[in-house]
Design a protein around this ligand. Structure first.
Ligand code: GLN
Length: 296
Protein backbone atom coordinates (compact mmCIF):
# COMPACT_ATOMS: atom_id res chain seq x y z
CA UNK A 1 0.00 0.00 0.00
CA UNK A 2 1.21 3.48 -0.86
CA UNK A 3 0.63 6.15 1.76
CA UNK A 4 0.32 9.86 1.16
CA UNK A 5 3.78 10.35 2.71
CA UNK A 6 5.28 7.74 0.34
CA UNK A 7 3.78 9.43 -2.71
CA UNK A 8 4.85 12.91 -1.61
CA UNK A 9 8.43 11.69 -1.08
CA UNK A 10 8.68 10.07 -4.48
CA UNK A 11 6.70 12.40 -6.76
CA UNK A 12 9.56 14.78 -7.57
CA UNK A 13 7.49 17.93 -7.00
CA UNK A 14 7.78 20.86 -4.63
CA UNK A 15 5.71 20.13 -1.51
CA UNK A 16 3.08 22.78 -2.22
CA UNK A 17 2.53 21.59 -5.81
CA UNK A 18 2.19 18.00 -4.58
CA UNK A 19 -0.32 19.08 -1.93
CA UNK A 20 -2.37 21.00 -4.50
CA UNK A 21 -2.56 17.91 -6.72
CA UNK A 22 -3.61 15.67 -3.81
CA UNK A 23 -6.23 18.22 -2.81
CA UNK A 24 -7.68 18.22 -6.32
CA UNK A 25 -7.66 14.41 -6.73
CA UNK A 26 -8.66 13.31 -3.19
CA UNK A 27 -10.37 16.44 -1.83
CA UNK A 28 -8.15 16.25 1.26
CA UNK A 29 -7.33 19.76 2.44
CA UNK A 30 -3.69 20.63 2.98
CA UNK A 31 -4.35 20.63 6.76
CA UNK A 32 -5.78 17.10 6.53
CA UNK A 33 -2.79 15.99 4.48
CA UNK A 34 -0.39 17.42 7.06
CA UNK A 35 -2.28 15.74 9.92
CA UNK A 36 -2.64 12.33 8.21
CA UNK A 37 0.44 11.47 6.12
CA UNK A 38 -0.35 7.77 6.81
CA UNK A 39 -3.53 7.86 4.69
CA UNK A 40 -3.51 5.35 1.89
CA UNK A 41 -3.96 6.16 -1.79
CA UNK A 42 -5.89 3.66 -3.89
CA UNK A 43 -4.73 2.55 -7.35
CA UNK A 44 -6.99 4.95 -9.23
CA UNK A 45 -5.92 7.97 -7.22
CA UNK A 46 -2.28 6.99 -7.64
CA UNK A 47 -2.58 6.67 -11.38
CA UNK A 48 -4.27 10.06 -11.62
CA UNK A 49 -1.72 11.73 -9.32
CA UNK A 50 1.21 10.26 -11.27
CA UNK A 51 -0.23 11.52 -14.58
CA UNK A 52 -0.77 15.04 -13.24
CA UNK A 53 2.65 15.09 -11.55
CA UNK A 54 4.42 14.13 -14.75
CA UNK A 55 2.64 16.94 -16.64
CA UNK A 56 3.78 19.43 -13.99
CA UNK A 57 7.34 18.07 -14.07
CA UNK A 58 7.41 18.62 -17.83
CA UNK A 59 6.74 22.33 -17.25
CA UNK A 60 3.01 22.54 -17.96
CA UNK A 61 1.43 25.31 -15.87
CA UNK A 62 -0.60 24.22 -12.84
CA UNK A 63 -3.73 25.94 -14.23
CA UNK A 64 -3.74 23.66 -17.30
CA UNK A 65 -2.92 20.58 -15.26
CA UNK A 66 -5.87 21.24 -12.95
CA UNK A 67 -8.00 22.68 -15.78
CA UNK A 68 -8.90 25.58 -13.54
CA UNK A 69 -7.73 29.01 -12.33
CA UNK A 70 -9.36 31.46 -9.97
CA UNK A 71 -9.96 34.99 -11.22
CA UNK A 72 -11.82 37.72 -9.34
CA UNK A 73 -13.14 35.07 -6.94
CA UNK A 74 -14.51 32.86 -9.73
CA UNK A 75 -13.18 29.38 -10.52
CA UNK A 76 -12.72 29.48 -14.29
CA UNK A 77 -12.17 26.48 -16.51
CA UNK A 78 -8.96 26.93 -18.50
CA UNK A 79 -7.56 24.81 -21.33
CA UNK A 80 -4.49 25.32 -23.54
CA UNK A 81 -6.85 27.14 -25.95
CA UNK A 82 -6.97 30.13 -23.61
CA UNK A 83 -4.50 32.39 -21.83
CA UNK A 84 -4.28 31.65 -18.11
CA UNK A 85 -5.98 34.60 -16.36
CA UNK A 86 -3.44 36.64 -14.35
CA UNK A 87 -4.15 38.44 -11.06
CA UNK A 88 -2.82 41.64 -12.75
CA UNK A 89 -5.82 41.59 -15.06
CA UNK A 90 -8.19 42.03 -12.10
CA UNK A 91 -7.17 45.70 -12.32
CA UNK A 92 -8.96 45.89 -15.67
CA UNK A 93 -12.15 44.60 -14.02
CA UNK A 94 -11.85 47.01 -11.11
CA UNK A 95 -11.37 50.05 -13.36
CA UNK A 96 -14.29 49.02 -15.56
CA UNK A 97 -16.59 48.55 -12.55
CA UNK A 98 -15.54 51.95 -11.18
CA UNK A 99 -16.43 53.59 -14.50
CA UNK A 100 -19.81 51.79 -14.65
CA UNK A 101 -20.58 52.82 -11.05
CA UNK A 102 -20.39 56.49 -12.02
CA UNK A 103 -23.24 56.09 -14.55
CA UNK A 104 -26.81 57.10 -13.60
CA UNK A 105 -28.46 54.29 -11.64
CA UNK A 106 -31.31 53.74 -14.09
CA UNK A 107 -28.90 53.36 -17.02
CA UNK A 108 -28.28 49.80 -18.25
CA UNK A 109 -24.49 49.59 -18.64
CA UNK A 110 -23.06 48.23 -21.89
CA UNK A 111 -19.60 46.70 -22.10
CA UNK A 112 -17.43 45.26 -24.87
CA UNK A 113 -14.62 42.83 -23.98
CA UNK A 114 -12.23 42.35 -26.91
CA UNK A 115 -10.17 39.16 -26.90
CA UNK A 116 -12.08 37.51 -24.08
CA UNK A 117 -10.16 34.20 -24.01
CA UNK A 118 -11.53 32.17 -21.10
CA UNK A 119 -14.15 34.90 -20.62
CA UNK A 120 -12.46 35.96 -17.36
CA UNK A 121 -12.95 39.73 -17.60
CA UNK A 122 -16.43 39.68 -19.19
CA UNK A 123 -17.72 37.06 -16.73
CA UNK A 124 -16.25 38.86 -13.72
CA UNK A 125 -18.05 42.06 -14.78
CA UNK A 126 -21.31 40.21 -15.53
CA UNK A 127 -21.08 38.52 -12.13
CA UNK A 128 -20.44 41.81 -10.31
CA UNK A 129 -23.01 43.86 -12.32
CA UNK A 130 -25.89 41.49 -13.18
CA UNK A 131 -27.80 44.23 -15.06
CA UNK A 132 -25.01 44.88 -17.58
CA UNK A 133 -25.30 44.02 -21.28
CA UNK A 134 -21.95 42.65 -22.32
CA UNK A 135 -20.49 41.59 -25.67
CA UNK A 136 -17.35 39.44 -25.58
CA UNK A 137 -15.27 38.83 -28.71
CA UNK A 138 -12.48 36.49 -29.66
CA UNK A 139 -10.81 35.38 -32.88
CA UNK A 140 -10.52 31.82 -31.60
CA UNK A 141 -13.51 29.47 -31.80
CA UNK A 142 -12.03 27.00 -29.28
CA UNK A 143 -11.40 29.88 -26.82
CA UNK A 144 -15.02 31.02 -27.19
CA UNK A 145 -16.20 27.48 -26.42
CA UNK A 146 -14.30 27.64 -23.10
CA UNK A 147 -15.69 31.13 -22.39
CA UNK A 148 -19.26 29.99 -23.09
CA UNK A 149 -18.90 27.03 -20.74
CA UNK A 150 -17.54 29.34 -18.03
CA UNK A 151 -20.42 31.78 -18.47
CA UNK A 152 -22.95 28.97 -18.31
CA UNK A 153 -21.44 27.53 -15.15
CA UNK A 154 -20.71 30.76 -13.29
CA UNK A 155 -23.53 33.14 -14.17
CA UNK A 156 -27.14 33.02 -13.08
CA UNK A 157 -29.13 32.81 -16.35
CA UNK A 158 -31.92 34.89 -14.81
CA UNK A 159 -29.70 37.67 -13.42
CA UNK A 160 -31.55 41.03 -13.40
CA UNK A 161 -32.07 41.03 -17.17
CA UNK A 162 -28.37 41.40 -18.02
CA UNK A 163 -26.88 39.56 -20.97
CA UNK A 164 -23.51 38.24 -22.07
CA UNK A 165 -23.12 37.47 -25.77
CA UNK A 166 -20.10 35.96 -27.45
CA UNK A 167 -19.02 36.62 -31.05
CA UNK A 168 -16.13 35.34 -33.13
CA UNK A 169 -14.50 38.35 -34.82
CA UNK A 170 -11.11 39.59 -35.97
CA UNK A 171 -11.13 42.55 -33.56
CA UNK A 172 -13.66 45.00 -35.11
CA UNK A 173 -14.03 43.00 -38.32
CA UNK A 174 -17.22 40.98 -38.14
CA UNK A 175 -18.65 42.65 -35.03
CA UNK A 176 -22.46 42.65 -35.17
CA UNK A 177 -24.42 45.06 -32.99
CA UNK A 178 -28.12 45.95 -32.73
CA UNK A 179 -29.02 48.54 -35.40
CA UNK A 180 -29.82 51.46 -33.08
CA UNK A 181 -26.91 50.80 -30.75
CA UNK A 182 -25.81 53.96 -28.88
CA UNK A 183 -22.19 53.00 -28.18
CA UNK A 184 -20.53 51.18 -25.30
CA UNK A 185 -20.10 52.68 -21.86
CA UNK A 186 -16.90 50.74 -21.54
CA UNK A 187 -14.62 48.91 -23.97
CA UNK A 188 -11.99 46.74 -22.33
CA UNK A 189 -9.27 44.50 -23.64
CA UNK A 190 -6.40 42.36 -22.51
CA UNK A 191 -5.06 41.81 -26.03
CA UNK A 192 -1.89 40.05 -27.18
CA UNK A 193 0.91 42.52 -26.45
CA UNK A 194 4.10 40.53 -26.19
CA UNK A 195 6.80 41.51 -28.69
CA UNK A 196 7.91 38.83 -31.17
CA UNK A 197 11.43 38.67 -29.70
CA UNK A 198 10.50 39.00 -26.01
CA UNK A 199 12.86 36.87 -23.88
CA UNK A 200 9.92 35.76 -21.67
CA UNK A 201 8.17 33.96 -24.53
CA UNK A 202 9.85 30.55 -24.06
CA UNK A 203 8.52 30.45 -20.48
CA UNK A 204 5.00 30.95 -21.87
CA UNK A 205 5.29 28.18 -24.48
CA UNK A 206 2.25 26.26 -23.19
CA UNK A 207 -0.11 29.20 -23.73
CA UNK A 208 -1.70 30.02 -27.12
CA UNK A 209 0.57 32.27 -29.25
CA UNK A 210 -2.60 33.93 -30.60
CA UNK A 211 -3.23 35.28 -27.07
CA UNK A 212 0.37 36.32 -26.39
CA UNK A 213 1.85 37.79 -29.57
CA UNK A 214 -1.27 37.77 -31.78
CA UNK A 215 -1.71 36.79 -35.37
CA UNK A 216 1.01 39.11 -36.62
CA UNK A 217 3.80 39.13 -34.02
CA UNK A 218 5.81 42.35 -34.31
CA UNK A 219 8.78 44.09 -32.78
CA UNK A 220 6.97 46.32 -30.26
CA UNK A 221 4.01 44.06 -29.42
CA UNK A 222 1.58 46.94 -30.06
CA UNK A 223 0.00 45.89 -33.36
CA UNK A 224 -3.27 44.60 -31.82
CA UNK A 225 -3.48 47.52 -29.39
CA UNK A 226 -3.20 49.85 -32.43
CA UNK A 227 -6.07 48.04 -34.19
CA UNK A 228 -8.27 48.28 -31.11
CA UNK A 229 -7.58 51.98 -30.50
CA UNK A 230 -8.01 52.88 -34.18
CA UNK A 231 -11.75 52.15 -34.19
CA UNK A 232 -12.70 52.35 -30.52
CA UNK A 233 -13.97 55.93 -30.69
CA UNK A 234 -16.81 55.13 -33.08
CA UNK A 235 -18.02 52.31 -30.81
CA UNK A 236 -18.02 54.30 -27.56
CA UNK A 237 -20.81 56.39 -26.08
CA UNK A 238 -19.91 60.08 -25.62
CA UNK A 239 -18.69 59.50 -22.06
CA UNK A 240 -17.56 55.93 -22.78
CA UNK A 241 -14.22 54.71 -21.55
CA UNK A 242 -11.56 52.55 -23.23
CA UNK A 243 -9.39 50.44 -20.90
CA UNK A 244 -6.42 48.47 -22.20
CA UNK A 245 -4.06 46.07 -20.49
CA UNK A 246 -0.48 46.20 -21.79
CA UNK A 247 3.07 45.08 -21.04
CA UNK A 248 5.23 46.41 -18.21
CA UNK A 249 7.14 48.77 -20.55
CA UNK A 250 4.31 49.86 -22.87
CA UNK A 251 2.36 52.37 -20.75
CA UNK A 252 3.87 55.51 -22.31
CA UNK A 253 3.42 54.14 -25.84
CA UNK A 254 -0.23 53.25 -25.18
CA UNK A 255 -0.93 56.66 -23.60
CA UNK A 256 0.62 58.30 -26.69
CA UNK A 257 -1.53 56.15 -28.94
CA UNK A 258 -4.68 57.14 -27.04
CA UNK A 259 -3.75 60.83 -27.04
CA UNK A 260 -2.96 60.72 -30.77
CA UNK A 261 -6.50 59.38 -31.37
CA UNK A 262 -8.01 62.23 -29.35
CA UNK A 263 -8.91 60.32 -26.18
CA UNK A 264 -9.53 62.53 -23.15
CA UNK A 265 -8.28 62.15 -19.58
CA UNK A 266 -5.72 59.58 -20.66
CA UNK A 267 -4.20 57.75 -17.69
CA UNK A 268 -2.32 54.63 -16.62
CA UNK A 269 -2.99 52.55 -13.50
CA UNK A 270 -0.61 50.30 -11.58
CA UNK A 271 -1.14 46.62 -10.80
CA UNK A 272 -0.45 44.97 -7.42
CA UNK A 273 3.24 44.79 -8.30
CA UNK A 274 3.36 48.58 -8.81
CA UNK A 275 3.69 48.27 -12.60
CA UNK A 276 1.70 50.49 -14.97
CA UNK A 277 -0.47 47.71 -16.41
CA UNK A 278 -3.68 49.34 -17.71
CA UNK A 279 -4.05 52.57 -19.67
CA UNK A 280 -7.24 54.21 -20.77
CA UNK A 281 -9.14 57.32 -21.62
CA UNK A 282 -12.55 58.78 -22.36
CA UNK A 283 -14.12 58.90 -25.79
CA UNK A 284 -12.66 61.67 -27.96
CA UNK A 285 -14.93 64.71 -27.75
CA UNK A 286 -17.51 64.62 -30.48
CA UNK A 287 -16.62 66.87 -33.39
CA UNK A 288 -18.62 70.09 -33.21
CA UNK A 289 -20.33 70.62 -36.55
CA UNK A 290 -18.05 73.12 -38.29
CA UNK A 291 -20.09 73.52 -41.46
CA UNK A 292 -21.15 77.12 -42.15
CA UNK A 293 -24.72 78.01 -41.15
CA UNK A 294 -27.22 77.61 -43.94
CA UNK A 295 -28.50 80.96 -45.17
CA UNK A 296 -32.03 81.56 -46.36
N1 GLN B 1 0.28 39.26 -19.03
C1 GLN B 1 0.75 38.13 -19.77
C2 GLN B 1 2.22 37.92 -19.52
O1 GLN B 1 2.97 38.86 -19.54
C3 GLN B 1 0.52 38.27 -21.24
C4 GLN B 1 -0.88 38.52 -21.58
C5 GLN B 1 -1.10 39.18 -22.87
O2 GLN B 1 -0.29 39.21 -23.79
N2 GLN B 1 -2.25 39.73 -22.97
O3 GLN B 1 2.61 36.81 -19.27
Amino acid sequence: MVTLADWMRGCGLARLDAQVLVESVQSWSRATQAAHPERELDARALERLDTLASRLRSGEPMAYVLGQREFYGLALEVTPDVLIPRPDTELLVELALRHLDALPEAHVPTVLDMGTGSGAVAIAIAHARPKARIWALDASGPALAVARRNAQRLLDPHREGGALRFQQTDWWDGLRLPSAFAGFDCIISNPPYIAANDPHLPALRHEPPLALTGRHPNADGLSDLRRIVAQADCHLSDEGCLLLEHGYDQAAAVRNLLTAHGFREVFSARDLGGIERVSGGLCPRRQIDQSPPKIG
